[in-house]
Every structure is written in C-alpha cells, then in structure tokens.
Design a protein around this ligand. Structure first.
Ligand SMILES: Cc1cc2nc3c(=O)[nH]c(=O)nc-3n(C[C@H](O)[C@H](O)[C@H](O)COP(=O)(O)OP(=O)(O)OC[C@H]3O[C@@H](n4cnc5c(N)ncnc54)[C@H](O)[C@@H]3O)c2cc1C
Length: 449
C-alpha cells in the first residue's frame, strides 16, 4: 500500500489562533485583534459566517430582554448590524416589533429580531476582520494540534497543498463542534446523558409570497394550529405529501423580500461528526426541501406563486460536541436567572429544543434575564484554550437557550478580549481578571446589568 507522508508545508506564528469563522469566531478574532493581538482565523469553508451564511440561517434572534424593552446584547453585535444596515443588508431590530413576517409571525421571544442577508454578512465580517488586522485563512481545516503540560503549542491545518502549522500563545475554539478542544485532549461532551441531540435542518430560500394575503391570514388566525397551518401539515404527513416531522409553518421574511424556510429535518437524527451520516442527511434533506417547497405552493394559498431560490450549502447543525469548561452552565442557571459576578453576557432567549415528530418546541425560562460566566468559556484542562459560540460549556437546556446568534457574538467578544489580555499579561486564560474583561466589554458599549 502506498505510504502517505504528511509534512508541514508552511508555518505561521501569531498570538491568537481562532478556529472557525462563524459568528462567534468573527467576533472573537476582531476583538482580540483590536486589543493588539496578532490574530489568525482559520476556516474550513470559503467565507465567514458559518451557520449564518453557509447554512442560510436567520434572522438574528432577539437582542432584547424578555419584555422586549431593554437591549441586552450590544457591543460588537450592534456595531456589525449597524454596518450591515448601511449596506442595505439588514433591518434594525428597533424596527422589528415582533408578530410580523420578519419574526415568522411569532411574538413571544421574537420582539427585536434582526433580518439580514447572508451575502452582506460575509462582506461586512470580512471587512471588519481585515480592518482590525486579522489574517484570514480560508480552506484551512484544523486537523490536529500538539499539547504538552496543559498547553496547546501548535495547530495543524489541512489545505489543498498539504499541512500548514500555526503556533500561537492562546487558542479559541469557535468551530461549533469543539474540534480544537477535542484534538487538544481537553474534555468534551456531546448530547445529554442519553446522547440526545437536537435535530439538524437544511434551510432554503423562496420568493413570490403574497405577503399581504399571508399577513391578513395570520391576523385572522390567532390560534396557533390555524395560524401556522398545523392541521394541513399534519394531513400532508399522513398522506405522504409532507416529508418530515416538522409541525408548523416556519418562514421569515428577509430585507430583500425573499423568505427563508426552516422546515426540513431528518427525524431520526444525524451524527453530525460522521462524514457519511452528514452527507446522507444533506442529500436526504435537499430532496425534502423540494417536497416541502411543492407542498407549500400547492396547499397554502398565499404561497401559491412561490419560486425556489436556493438551498443552504451546509446542513444547519443546532447542537454538537462542546468543551467542558471550568463551569458548566445549566438549564437551572437559566431558568433561575443565576447571577454570576463573572458574567460576560446577559441573555434572555428561551430554551428552544427541536426534536423529531412529537415534541417540536419546548420553551421555559424565568421572566428575567440570565448570565453567561467567563468560566464557561475557558477549558478546565488546557490553560491557553477558550471556546466561544455553540461549543461553550453548557448542558442541553442552557445550550438550547444561548445557541442563538446574538449570544454567540457576545461570547466571541469576551473570548477575544480574554485571549488578548492573556497574551499581554503572559498569563493563562484562567488568570485573566474578569473585571478587566468586563471593563472592556462595557467600554465597547456592552451591557452587563
Ligand atoms: C436549523 C437552525 C436554526 C437556527 N435558527 C436560528 C435563528 O433563527 N436565529 C438565531 O439567532 N440563531 C439560530 N440558530 C442558531 C445559530 O445559527 C447558531 O447556533 C450559531 O450561528 C452558531 O455560531 P458559531 O459561530 O458558534 O458556530 P458555526 O456557525 O457552526 O461556525 C463554526 C465555523 O467553524 C468552521 N469549522 C468547523 N470545524 C472546523 C475546523 N476543524 N477547522 C476550521 N474551521 C472549522 C465551520 O465551517 C463554521 O464556519 C439556528 C441554528 C440552526 C442549526
């Protein structure tokens, strides 16, 4: 058998390596660079945004408290949204009061969402990274790293021409699946004690909705079953014209008048870390997407003239492997609004769990805000490793609440600042005083009350 020898082709050196260019990675990279760190962001795809762009997922969920009155996610998130608005690629959350087409006709938890166009996010995020001095490496997939004495020294990236190596002082795992933490030998976990994971969904985009008719239909149907066409969908499932367990109409209007549809799913679940299983799910759901498109067109009068625009390049994976941090944020913390002195973000999104047929949506939280502690972003095992975004240290329930994009931006901001401070102080990420991180978050216009 032919022996494959992998030798390092190119080496890079930086202060902070961010793995993954989703919303958490973008925020982490820009914020670390603005604090003076030399930052590299490596991304296996060819653009920034991750689930928000390659997965076509949107809108940005609410950045307000439960009452929809106080904006609690601000800072970098707000800056990026303002820039996207200037480019015509987002509508301000201030103009989205909930209940309407941009909120998918939902009210609870949907006051102050931000509809946006993935193309604008790709460009604005790239500009912000480049302006801050972040070096972007696309088509570079982290495949391993050297770890000794509780520190990562060097990471290895698979590229078209071979392996590149990156040395850094601090590493941020924003891969969405704790790939770096896993490869570094840090403790990671996946699912809950029963191995439960939320369903994954392939988004698609349509246009040609008769919006005035749909608006009028929604107004005339205050009850949930009627409003979201649940009986029609259930009948379709029974007679084989609707392909999966999704129970409700889930469509959201975007700034250009197109609509994003979040309805496909593989009911039996997907092992998102297994290439063959992931490929099968993507093929299966791409077929489902066409069935759902034709179902909506044939059965929902306001959607009778819809046209198909595109399906997402990547399956939207709600939940994957996560890093075990110094603290595990729990559903109890969220439901009881547990206060952390070392909070780096204040959130309010409900616990939102998508399962196969039967239970489609579960939500409960107190009517108060809850808090993400910095110690849920630092590895308990590796002293120069942070995680941000959906691979933070949180149990199933807490994760289901804070996995939405505004909290992911906020986590990225805190991780980036912490990493840069660790570099400046020649300290471990465990030693960075949280008060200094908080001061910087507040100086950027953040909210920590
Ligand atoms: C179906 C679905 C519906 C959702 N609906 C909403 C919604 O309406 N509103 C909302 O706000 N949120 C929603 N969310 C949640 C939200 O989109 C995600 O949780 C969030 O975008 C995660 O961001 P992230 O940066 O942590 O990770 P990701 O977006 O997963 O980004 C990770 C990035 O890392 C890259 N990467 C992975 N592994 C490697 C590697 N080894 N080397 C290099 N790069 C790597 C990936 O290519 C990707 O670009 C939804 C999610 C899904 C899946």
């Amino acid at each position: 058998m032919e022996q494959i020898t992998l030798s390092v082709r190119k080496t890079y050196d930086c202060d902070v390596l961010v793995v993954g260019g989703g919303v958490a990675g973008i925020s982490a990279a820009v914020n670390a660079a603005r604090e003076g760190a030399r930052v590299i962001l490596c991304e296996s795809g060819g653009c920034l945004g991750g689930t928000a762009t390659k997965g076509l997922v949107g809108p940005f969920m609410t950045c307000y408290d439960k009452a929809g009155k106080t904006q609690i996610i601000r800072g970098f998130f707000e800056e990026l949204v303002e820039r996207m608005i200037k480019e015509g690629g987002a509508i301000s959350y201030r103009e989205c009061p909930g209940s309407d087409s941009r909120a998918g006709y939902r009210h609870k938890g949907h006051i102050g969402v931000t509809p946006f166009l993935p193309e604008t996010l790709k460009r604005v995020a790239e500009s912000m990274c480049l302006e801050a001095g972040v070096k972007l490496l696309y088509h570079s997939m982290l495949i391993g790293c050297d770890t000794a004495d509780g520190r990562i020294g060097q990471a290895y990236l698979a590229t078209q021409e071979g392996i590149d190596a990156v040395t850094a002082k601090v590493f941020i795992d924003a891969s969405g699946s704790a790939s770096l933490a896993h490869k570094a030998g840090a403790e990671t976990f996946r699912g809950d004690e029963n191995g439960f994971l939320q369903t994954a969904s392939l988004f698609f985009v349509i246009d040609g909705v008769h919006k005035d008719e749909l608006d009028a239909y929604m107004k005339a149907h205050p009850d949930m079953r009627g409003r979201f066409y649940m009986d029609i969908i259930e009948d379709g499932r029974k007679n084989g014209t609707f392909p999966c367990g999704t129970q409700k109409l889930r469509i959201y209007e975007r700034p250009d008048g197109s609509w994003v549809v979040n309805m496909a799913q593989t009911d039996k679940g997907v092992n998102e870390l297994d290439t063959e299983a992931l490929t099968c799910a993507e093929i299966d759901q791409r077929a489902q997407v066409m069935q759902i498109f034709h179902f909506l067109k044939s059965n929902l009068p306001p959607l009778r003239d819809i046209r198909f625009v595109e399906s997402a390049a990547d399956l939207g994976v709600r939940e994957s492997r996560r890093m075990r941090g110094k603290t595990l944020l729990t559903g109890e913390d969220v439901a009881n609004s547990r206060y952390y002195d070392e909070r780096i973000a204040v959130c309010a999104n409900s616990i939102d769990i998508h399962q196969a047929v039967g239970v489609d949506y579960v939500a409960y939280t107190a009517d108060q805000n809850y808090y993400i502690p910095l110690s849920a972003l630092v590895s308990k095992d590796i002293n120069n490793l942070l995680a941000a975004g959906k691979c933070l240290s949180a149990d199933k329930y807490a994760h289901a609440a804070i996995r939405v994009m505004p909290p992911c931006f906020a986590m990225g901001e805190a991780a980036g600042i912490t990493a840069a401070l660790a570099v400046k102080k020649n300290a471990t990420v465990w030693e960075v005083p949280v008060t200094e991180v908080q001061e910087k978050i507040l100086a950027h216009g953040g909210y920590l009350e």
